[in-house]
Design a protein around this ligand. Structure first.
Ligand code: Q9C
Ligand code: ZN
Length: 338
């Protein structure tokens, strides 16, 4: 039996953000290590999956996507004492002196969200998360696998060329896409509850990478300022970005309609060689942050529908915060590809 290859490194668990602020209350940080542990456990006990440690990511793969300032800043955070974290709270972007990424007090210049802390383990975990994405991508690029999955955590789709936020530090989907576009056109299809603003921004003017995102209404949900249907790409990239907003409480029926009427025809017309799925399970009915109502078996159905496109596919883990069922949901989605 052919097993689905999964990439993960235990070092990703050494980064454990403790809290964030939500409407003035200090809450447990939603992007906890329990998320990856839950997925790991669900896949490890299932013989359909083969869990592999990735090679270290080369700096060139990160610099292909990101301003070196981001790496410099995360590297500055490695000097913080154990247990200390830097939560940016000043986001000044006008006039003033040149920001210095080696000075962690300037982190707010590179950050757009106070819920995304830096500590001495952030760089390592984000680096390994990206390494999982790159390794999963290489197997698909080389034609050795039709589908692979990166248990990437921390997630990536909110990180842009030179900013971090939304629990994301390096854009794993963008790293994957830069690798795949050496060989052909790529679609990034983002099914996380939140708009993939980082992925959109990175490829906004790129006609070879189409970004499609289905998400909750940005007027109500993070990241608030991007993710509207009017954003369709720019310059040579015009027409190669698609944002679809579904109503709060959307269920599988609504979701599937959007796939069949908008997403799949758009993908087919683009004729890509590769597909990247930014797979967030914060569309789950019990998710504490996302507000759609998909159920566990719906993910298998979604997986099967996407698999039917018959494109070489890299699946990357993004959000999903109802830890108790996250392993089941991720496994259900992946089963749809088997
Ligand atoms: N207390 C991803 O799903 N803030 N990021 C929400 C809830 C940010 C989610 C506030 C949500 C970002 C990858
Ligand atoms: Zn999300």
């Amino acid at each position: 039996m052919k097993k689905l290859k999964v990439f993960f490194n235990q070092k990703q668990l050494e980064f454990a953000p403790k809290y964030e602020w939500a409407l003035g209350n200090r809450i447990k940080h939603p992007e906890s290590t329990k998320r990856a542990e839950a997925i790991f456990k669900a896949l490890a006990k299932d013989p359909s999956f083969d869990i592999i440690e990735p090679q270290k990511i080369p700096m060139s793969a990160i610099r292909d996507v990101h301003d070196f300032h981001l790496w410099t800043l995360y590297n500055a955070a490695t000097e913080l004492p154990d247990g200390e974290a830097f939560y940016p709270s000043v986001f000044l972007q006008r006039y003033g002196v040149e920001p210095n990424p080696a000075n962690i007090k300037h982190a707010g210049y590179y950050c757009f969200d106070s819920g995304t802390p830096l500590n001495n383990k952030t760089l390592s975990a984000a680096g390994w998360s990206a390494a999982c994405a790159l390794e999963a991508t290489k197997l698909v690029a080389q034609g050795k696998e039709q589908v692979t999955y990166a248990l990437s955590r921390p997630p990536g789709h909110h990180a842009s060329f030179d900013t971090y936020g939304g629990y994301c530090y390096f854009n794993n989907a963008a790293i994957a896409a830069r690798e795949l576009k050496k060989k052909g056109r790529v679609v990034i299809f983002d099914i996380d509850f939140h708009h993939g603003n980082g992925s959109q921004e990175i490829f906004y003017e790129d006609p070879d990478v189409m970004v499609i995102s289905i998400h909750g209404d940005p007027r109500d949900y993070f990241p608030y300022l991007m993710g509207f249907p009017e954003e369709t790409g720019k310059g040579e990239g015009s027409g190669f970005n698609l944002n679809i907003i579904l109503p709060t409480g959307a269920k599988i029926k609504t979701y599937e309609n959007a796939l069949k009427r908008q997403v799949f025809p758009t993908i087919k017309a683009f004729e890509p060689s590769y597909l990247i799925i930014s797979a967030g399970f914060d569309t789950y009915r019990l998710d504490p942050i996302g507000k759609f109502e998909l159920d566990t078996p719906d993910y298998e159905r979604l997986g099967r529908l996407i698999c039917d496109l018959k494109l070489p596919t890299v699946i990357l883990q993004e959000g999903g915060y109802y830890t108790k069922d996250l392993g089941l949901n991720a496994r259900s989605f992946l089963k749809g590809f088997l």
